[in-house]
Design a protein around this ligand. Sequence first.
Ligand code: G
Ligand code: G
Ligand code: MN
Length: 342
Amino acid sequence: MAQRAAERILEPVWFAEALLTPQVSIGIARSATVAPTNLLRCADTAMYVAKSRNEPVAVYEMSMDAGRAERLALVADLRMALDRSPQQFELHYQPKVDLATGAVVSCEALVRWHHPGLGTLAPDRFIPLAEATGLIDQLTMHLVTAALAECVAWHRRGHAVTVAVNLSARNLSNATVIRHIGEAIAAAGARPEWLILEITESSVMQNPEEAIAALSRFSCLGVCLSLDDFGTGYSSLSYLQRLPVHELKIDQSFVSTLTGGAGSDSDSALFRSIITLGENLNMRVVAEGVETKAQLDAVTALGCQVGQGYLISRPLDAPTFHRWLDDYTPPGGRPHLISAVA
Ligand code: G
Ligand code: G
Ligand code: MN
């Protein structure tokens, strides 16, 4: 029955001139194997397993509870770390350079969690949990404060480098986050335009009207807004025009297909179109995930203004990034960065 229901739900439907393809996950628990008071909880667990397996239906088994217990323990640790030892969350910084001059203009702050028992966890291990439990607001506010403190230190050392922090879709629906960020900028002695907030295109498009309203309030603070993973989130172009966004970050999947020989293939046609779109909407265009010299030359030749990626540097911890900035050879000393425009 569940299979049949799933097949029916998965059929595409027309709605307001758009063809929608629904997704469905069904969890089943059977009273033969589960106590009546636990039926709903176990069906819920099975439903999440179905989701994670990308299958429409899953039937509860006892082994599924192992993952659930682990998840609950991690949420408890997350809550505790945020309240008592936020220093467990560490930001790494990855530079973004001006492609015409080679100058470092900004960097993206990327969080890691040094978990006391599990070692260092990447963001995809705990950001989704923080989002699902509402802890993401507290985490984001902590990280913005930490990133601003670093940014002020770079400016004191003579490096005019801005800092970008990633926001989750959920952060947009909490007015407290906006107020806190305004206060954090003032408390750090930073200028609002030193802070860039990155939000993925797909999370903006989850609820564009709400996103436009929230981003407008952020924009009033004077911070810079950046549309992350651009090209993968199916933006409606009319919304894009209304978004108070200053920067488009072209998703790295577009950059990785550029193999040099710019202008010859359809990949660079897409890339060029996004750059033209950015120009016409008065947005700065950043290429993410630049890994090779050929990609760097290609994105520069295609008119992209800013580049970020392993070729320039991997994300670095704060002291290493500080030294990297001090040692970075100024433009001209990095001819490979400007070869493509010469
Ligand atoms: O850091 P990594 O290099 O593995 O980043 C993986 C993903 O995690 C990226 O898509 C990045 O946007 C996201 N991410 C990293 N740090 C943060 C953060 O502080 N907040 C949110 N919401 N996402 C983050
Ligand atoms: O989604 P977001 O754009 O915030 O993600 C940044 C992510 O991309 C981080 O996980 C970061 O470590 C990763 N990243 C940064 N530069 C490169 C690169 O040159 N190549 C690849 N494959 N990943 C990169
Ligand atoms: Mn990002």
